[in-house]
Design a protein. Structure first.
Length: 309
C-alpha cells in the first residue's frame, strides 16, 4: 500500500480525491490518499505552497513532492525540501494558457478594443495587417511557451522565442542568453511573457529592454508579475512607446485598488485567470509520476533546483 499525503487547502481535496483514486486504481496502484498521516509513513506528497506543511524534514520515506502549481518559486527555496520536486504541467493547464494567449494576441492584432470601446461612434475603416505581417515574440520556451508558439504559428504569425539556454524548436526562430534577448525583442510587435520567476528573470522587462521593442508594441503577461519593472512599464505606456498591456499576474495579488494599472485605459488587468490546474487532467499527471516513482523511472517535470524551475 502506497501512502499519499494531500497537502493543500482542504476544499481542494474534495476535487482531487476522486480522480486521483480512480486514476491510481486504473493503473493498478494500491494507495491510500489522505490529508492526515504520520510523516514517516508517507510515500508521496501532493502539494500546494499554500499548505500548512512547510517542514519536509520528517518525511524520510517520501519519494517525491508533486506540486499542484506550475510555478515553484514559493517552494523551491525551502531548505528542508530535499526530496525530488515536480511542478505541474497538465494538458488542461496547457490548453487553457494557449486559449488565453491566442485570444488576447488576436484581440490586439485585430484592434478589437477600438470597436468595443468607441464612445464617439467613429467609423474608421482601418484594416489590420495579416497575421503573417505581425511578428510575435514569446519569452520563455517551456511547455507552455512552446504550446502557445505552435498555436500562433498555425495562425501564420511569425513567432520568435527566447530562453536562457539554447533551444531548437521546429518552425520557431529561437534566441537565447543575454545577447539573444535584444534580437528577440527588436521585432516584437506583440510580446508574450511566459518565463518562470527566478532571480535571473526578475525585471527582464525594464526601461532598457522596453526601449528595444518597436514603438507601439503590446505586452501580454500571463507568466509572473516580477518579470516586469512596473514603474518602467507605466512610463513606457504613458509615453506611447508601448501601446497597450494585458496583465494577468502581479507582484502583489490581488492587485491593490489604488495601483496605477487600474487607471490606464490601455492596460487590461485580469485576476490571475490565464490558466489554472484542472483536477481531472492534473490527476493524470500526478498518477503518472507516482507510477514512474514506483517503477524507478524518471519523473515528469522534475524541477532543477539550481535553475529554480
Amino acid at each position: 500500500m502506497i501512502n499519499i499525503l494531500f497537502a493543500a487547502p482542504p476544499e481542494q481535496f474534495e476535487l482531487y480525491e476522486p480522480p486521483l483514486r480512480q486514476g491510481l486504481a486504473q493503473r493498478g496502484i494500491q494507495a491510500d490518499v489522505t490529508t492526515d498521516y504520520p510523516p514517516a509513513d508517507i510515500d508521496y506528497v501532493v502539494y500546494a505552497p499554500s499548505s500548512t506543511l512547510q517542514d519536509f524534514t520528517p518525511y524520510t520515506r517520501c519519494k517525491a513532492v508533486l506540486s499542484l502549481w506550475a510555478g515553484v518559486e514559493k517552494i523551491v527555496g525551502n531548505k528542508s525540501l530535499t526530496q525530488p520536486l515536480c511542478r505541474m504541467v497538465d494538458s488542461g493547464l496547457r490548453q487553457g494558457m494557449v486559449e488565453w494567449v491566442v485570444g488576447h494576441t488576436l484581440r490586439y492584432h485585430l484592434g478589437i478594443d477600438q470597436h468595443i470601446i468607441n464612445p464617439d461612434r467613429s467609423w474608421r475603416e482601418i484594416h489590420p495587417p495579416l497575421a503573417r505581417d505581425r511578428p510575435v515574440t514569446i519569452l520563455g520556451l517551456g511547455a507552455l511557451g512552446q504550446a502557445c508558439a505552435v498555436a500562433l504559428t498555425a495562425l501564420n504569425f511569425p513567432v520568435s522565442g527566447w530562453s536562457r539556454r539554447p533551444k531548437q524548436i521546429h518552425g520557431l526562430t529561437c534566441h537565447h542568453g543575454p545577447d539573444g534577448l535584444q534580437a528577440a525583442l527588436q521585432s516584437a510587435e506583440i510580446l508574450i511573457l511566459l518565463l518562470p520567476d527566478t532571480p535571473e528573470t526578475e525585471h527582464v522587462i525594464n526601461a532598457r529592454t522596453l526601449m528595444q521593442m518597436p514603438r507601439g508594441s503590446t505586452i501580454i503577461n500571463p507568466g509572473r508579475g516580477p518579470l516586469i519593472d512596473d514603474a518602467a512599464l507605466l512610463s513606457a505606456l504613458e509615453q506611447g512607446h508601448i501601446s497597450a498591456a494585458c496583465l494577468d499576474v502581479f507582484r502583489v495579488e490581488p492587485l491593490p485598488q489604488d495601483h496605477p494599472y487600474w487607471q490606464l485605459p490601455n492596460v487590461t488587468v485580469t485576476p490571475h485567470i490565464a490558466s489554472g490546474t484542472r483536477p481531472v487532467t492534473a490527476a493524470e499527471v500526478l498518477v503518472e509520476n507516482i507510477v514512474r516513482g514506483e517503477k524507478g523511472a524518471p519523473f515528469l517535470h522534475l524541477v532543477d533546483r539550481t535553475a529554480g524551475y
